[in-house]
Design a protein. Structure first.
Length: 215
């Protein structure tokens, strides 16, 4: 009886064998490929979520700066007899904003020939210094333009502070202003506020708002 059972056991298990080393290696490679694919999908999802958050923050920043520029350019004329200690009569902020366009309709860059493209500092302190004429605005081709915007009541000591301005762009981004005078017509200035994200490999254009100012 025992021999019969042993015979049956030999029939079922006698031909059983383990996995070879090659089979184990192939299985390991297949599993690793699957894990790498899953990790890549997860990383893509995380990056997409971060980009969505950054784009939303950039859109809010661009909108805030567009509203600020509109308010700045619409400030009333200064009294004609209101002179600075330098003896110069102050100009309207609209005129100052228009003066940032160095092309005046001439070709500036092959990509956008009718606009002067200004790259603003990434931090709010640097932006404040540009607005107040402490440091110059810098164009995309490296030119520098110094303009001091005026804050009511338009005295020498009346300067903009960080609290008077919208926030700086979100981390990993910078702001660019494109200024075009006499576009789309005389006595008009077209302004485009762009938020651009950049890394070690490339720049990515984010939210962009274009609007027209009238004198």
């Amino acid at each position: 009886m025992k021999n019969r059972r042993a015979g049956h056991a030999s029939k079922f298990f006698g031909n059983a064998r383990g996995f070879t080393l090659i089979e184990v290696m192939i299985a390991t490679v297949v599993i690793c490929i699957g894990l790498v694919g899953a990790a890549a999908m997860q990383l893509t999802a995380i990056r997409g979520d971060n980009f969505s958050k950054n784009f939303s923050a950039g859109a809010n920043t661009a909108n805030s700066w567009a509203e600020w520029i509109l308010t700045l350019s619409s400030m009333p004329n200064q009294p004609p007899l209101d002179y600075y200690s330098s003896g110069l009569q102050p100009k309207r902020n609209f005129v100052l904003l228009a003066s940032l366009d160095q092309t005046q309709g001439a070709s500036a860059t092959p990509s956008d020939p009718l606009f002067t493209q200004l790259v603003l500092p990434r931090d709010i302190t640097g932006i404040v210094n540009c607005i107040n004429g402490v440091t110059p605005f810098t164009t995309t081709d490296g030119a520098q333009i110094t303009v001091k915007f005026r804050k009511p009541p338009y005295g020498d000591a009346d300067i903009f502070k960080a609290a008077d301005l919208p926030p700086a762009p979100p981390p990993g981004a910078f702001m660019q202003w494109n200024i075009g005078t006499n576009i789309p017509g005389p006595q008009k200035v077209t302004v485009e506020v762009s938020i651009i994200y950049n890394n070690a490999f490339m720049n990515t254009l984010g939210p962009r708002l274009r609007f027209v100012l009238s004198s």
